[in-house]
Design a binder for this molecule. Structure first.
Ligand code: ADP
Ligand code: MG
Ligand code: ZN
Length: 606
C-alpha cells in the first residue's frame, strides 16, 4: 500500500542543525587547530632557549607564557608560568620584547549580543517544535500551513490482489458489482451507446460481512487502482479541511481514471443534515456538501466509480442517495448456511487441511456468524493444530475453534464448585431437552459445561438444519420456551434459582418484545407498529413509537408471553424428569457431549 502524503521536513530542523554545527566548530575544532601550531615546552627548555638567544618575543598571558622564535617563519612555543622573580631580569638581559597581557574577564558587547541571540534562537526553536507537535496531535498529522491543500491520508493500491473468488456467499452482491467491473474493463462499449453507468454504489450490511473486501475485489477484477479513505478521515479539527480533502481525493482519482474510489464508513460524514443548532456540525456539513458537489461535477463516463460502505444506511442524508450519486444500494447480509460453508472453504484454501473435513457441520453450528468470524475460525483452527503438534487441520480443531470464536477460550483454571457444576449441567440439559422435545425447535449440536473466557459457564449449541427467512409465531414462542428451559430445570431440581440465567432472560425478553411490538403477533395490538428499529445492522436497537399508556400494556403482554413459555418449559421437564437427571449426570461426567450422544440417551428406553 502506498500512501500519498508529502512528508515536508520543517525548515526549522535545518536551522537547528546548522546552528549546532557552528557551535561545535567554534568551541572545539577551531581552538584545537589554533593550539596545535603552538608547541608546548617545559620551563627549563624555555630558560635554555632564552639564554641561547633563540627567542624574539615573549608574551605572558594568564598562567601561560607564549614565546616566538627568531627567523622569517618563527616557531611558537608555550610553557606554564613559574614563581620566578628573576623572570623579568632574565627577559631584559636576553633582549627580547616582552609584555604581560591582562585578559579582560568582563565580556565584550559583541559576545554578549552573541550569547543573547543564541539563547533566543534556542527558545524560538523549542517553541516552534512544540507548537508543531501540538498541531500534529490536534489535526491528525496535517500541516496547518498548507490550508486549502490537504495532505489527506488517501491510500491507493495499484493492484488490490483480491478477486471475486476471495468473496464467498455474497452472490447477489457480486452480480450487482459485476456490471461495474465490466464498465471499468471496457468503458467505450457503454459510451458508444450513450449509457451512463451508476457513479456510485453503496454497500450496506452488518460489520464483518465483507463490504470492504468486496470493494477491493471489484478493483482487483477490473484491474484498476483502488483509492480508499475512511469517512472519519474527513472530519477534521478545522472547518474547511474535510472539504479540501474531498476535493483532493476526486482530483487524484480523476487523474488515475479508470479507478475505484472507496469511502469506508461513509455514515461519519454522510449523516442527515439537521437544522437543530445544537447538533449541527459545520465541518461535517461542509464536507458532505463538497462530496455531493464533486459527485455531480465529474462525468461518470470518465471511469471513476465510487463505492461506499456503511452499516447505518438509515442515517444517511437523502441527498446522497438520489440518482446520480449513490443510487445503487447493494445489500451485503450475514451469510446463510451455504454462504458460511463457502466462506469456510475459501479461507481453508490458505491453510493446510485434512482432505475430508466436514465444513457443512461447522456451517450448521455457526448460524448468525459473519464472514470475519468464520475467517477467524479457520485461523484459530490452524493455531490449534500447531499447538497440538499437527501439520494439518482436522475436524476437532475446527469444532474447537468455533467455540473459541463464539464463546472464547476454555477457562481451565476457573474454580467452580461441584455443586455449581451440577446446577450448570442441569441448566444446560434443561435447554437441550426442552429444545428436543418441541418438534419445531432445532436439535442440539453440542452441550458443554466447560467455562469459557467470555464468561459463559456452559452452553447448548443449537443447530439450524434448515435456515428459514420467516419465523412463525409458534417458532418464536418455542424459541422462548427453549430459552426459559435452563431456569426451569434449576427450579424443578434444586428448588432455587441462580443468576446464571441472566443472558437467557435478556434474550427471551427481546424476542417476546419484538413479537408484540414489531411482528404484530399479539391479539391485543394486532398489526399496530409499536416500535421501530433504529439501526437494524448494528444490534437492532429499537425506539418506542407509542404512548406511555400503550407501552405499559405492551410490557404486560410481553410478560404474559414469557410466563406462558416458562410454564410450558416446566411442563416439558416435569414430564421428562428421569431423562433430565440421566442426561445431566452424563454431562456432568463427560463435560462435553455431542448432539448424537444426547439423542441416543434421550431415545433409549429405560
Ligand atoms: P466489513 O467491511 O463488511 O466490516 P470486511 O470486508 O472488512 O468486513 O471483512 C473482514 C474479513 O472477513 C475479510 O478480510 C475476510 O477475511 C473475511 N470475510 C468477510 N466476509 C467474507 C466473505 N463473504 N467471503 C470471504 N471472506 C470474508
Ligand atoms: Mg469494513
Ligand atoms: Zn441458559
Amino acid at each position: 500500500m502506498k500512501k500519498i502524503d508529502k512528508p515536508k521536513k520543517p525548515i526549522m530542523y535545518y536551522y537547528v542543525i546548522a546552528m549546532l554545527i557552528v557551535i561545535l566548530l567554534n568551541s572545539y575544532v577551531f581552538p584545537r587547530m589554533a593550539k596545535s601550531q603552538i608547541e608546548p615546552i617545559d620551563y627549563g627548555t624555555f630558560l635554555q632557549k632564552l639564554e641561547n638567544g633563540e627567542i624574539s618575543v615573549v608574551e605572558i598571558k594568564d598562567n601561560q607564557i607564549y614565546l616566538q622564535g627568531k627567523g622569517d617563519s618563527p616557531e611558537l612555543f608555550s610553557t606554564g608560568t613559574m614563581d620566578d622573580p628573576q623572570l623579568v631580569d632574565r627577559l631584559y638581559s636576553a633582549g627580547v620584547t616582552f609584555s604581560r597581557v591582562v585578559t579582560d574577564t568582563t565580556p565584550t558587547l559583541g559576545s554578549q549580543i552573541f550569547s543573547w541571540i543564541i539563547t533566543i534562537a534556542i527558545f524560538v526553536g523549542i517553541g516552534q517544535l512544540f507548537s508543531r507537535y501540538m498541531q500534529k496531535k490536534m489535526m491528525g498529522g496535517n500541516d496547518v500551513l498548507s490550508f486549502g491543500k490537504s495532505n489527506a491520508k488517501i491510500y491507493v493500491e495499484s493492484k488490490t490482489g483480491k478477486t471475486f473468488d476471495d468473496v464467498a456467499g455474497q452472490e447477489e452482491a457480486k452480480e450487482a458489482l459485476e456490471e461495474i467491473v465490466d464498465f471499468l474493463h471496457n468503458p467505450t462499449k457503454y459510451k458508444d451507446i450513450g449509457a451512463n453507468l451508476p457513479k456510485g454504489a453503496l454497500l450496506v450490511g452488518p460489520p464483518g460481512t465483507g463490504k470492504t473486501l468486496l470493494a477491493r475485489a471489484v478493483a482487483g477484477e477490473a484491474n484498476v487502482p483502488f483509492f480508499s479513505i475512511s469517512g472519519s478521515e474527513f472530519v477534521q479539527m478545522f472547518v474547511g479541511m474535510g472539504a479540501a480533502k474531498v476535493r483532493d481525493l476526486f482530483k487524484q482519482a480523476q487523474e488515475k481514471a479508470p479507478c475505484i474510489v472507496f469511502i469506508d464508513e461513509i455514515d461519519t460524514i454522510g449523516k442527515k443534515r439537521d437544522s437543530s443548532g445544537f447538533n449541527s456540525n459545520d465541518e461535517r456539513e461542509q464536507t458532505l456538501n463538497q462530496l455531493l458537489t464533486e459527485m455531480d461535477g465529474f462525468d461518470g463516463k470518465e471511469g471513476v466509480v465510487i463505492l461506499a460502505a456503511t452499516n447505518r444506511p438509515e442515517s444517511l442524508d437523502k441527498a446522497l442517495l438520489r440518482p446520480g450519486r449513490f443510487d445503487r444500494r447493494i445489500p451485503v447480509d450475514l451469510p446463510d448456511l451455504q454462504g458460511r460453508e463457502a466462506i469456510l472453504k475459501v479461507h481453508a484454501r490458505n491453510v493446510k487441511v485434512e482432505p475430508d473435513l466436514d465444513y457443512n457441520a461447522i456451517a450448521r453450528a455457526t448460524a448468525g456468524a459473519n464472514g470475519a468470524e468464520l475467517a477467524n475460525m479457520i485461523n484459530e483452527a490452524a493455531i490449534r493444530a500447531v499447538k497440538m503438534g499437527r501439520e494439518t487441520i482436522n475436524q476437532s480443531d475446527l469444532e474447537e475453534s468455533v467455540e473459541v470464536v463464539l464463546a472464547g477460550y476454555q477457562r481451565k483454571q476457573a474454580v467452580i464448585s461441584t455443586k455449581e457444576k451440577r446446577i450448570i449441567a442441569y441448566h444446560e440439559i434443561g435447554h437441550a431437552l426442552v429444545a428436543a422435545k418441541q418438534t419445531d425447535s432445532d436439535p442440539v449440536h453440542k452441550i458443554t459445561i466447560i467455562p469459557r473466557t467470555s464468561g459463559a459457564l456452559g452452553y447448548t449449541m443449537q443447530v439450524a438444519e434448515q435456515e428459514s427467512v420467516l419465523m412463525s409465531k409458534e417458532e418464536l414462542f418455542n424459541k422462548i420456551v427453549t430459552i426459559t428451559g435452563g431456569r426451569a430445570a434449576e427450579e424443578i431440581v434444586f428448588g432455587s434459582i441462580t443468576s446464571g440465567a441472566s443472558n437467557d432472560i435478556e434474550q427471551a425478553t427481546k424476542i417476546a418484545r419484538a413479537m408484540v411490538t414489531r411482528f404484530g403477533m399479539s391479539d391485543t395490538f394486532g398489526m399496530m407498529a409499536l416500535e421501530t428499529q433504529t439501526n437494524p445492522y448494528l444490534g437492532g436497537d429499537t425506539s418506542l413509537t407509542c404512548s406511555g399508556e400503550t407501552s405499559s400494556k405492551v410490557d404486560a403482554e410481553v410478560l404474559a408471553i414469557i410466563k406462558s413459555a416458562h410454564q410450558r418449559a416446566r411442563d416439558i421437564l416435569n414430564e421428562n424428569i428421569d431423562k433430565l437427571r440421566e442426561l445431566s449426570n452424563y454431562l456432568l461426567e463427560m463435560e462435553t457431549i455431542t448432539g448424537a450422544q444426547f439423542m441416543e440417551i434421550l431415545n433409549k428406553d429405560n
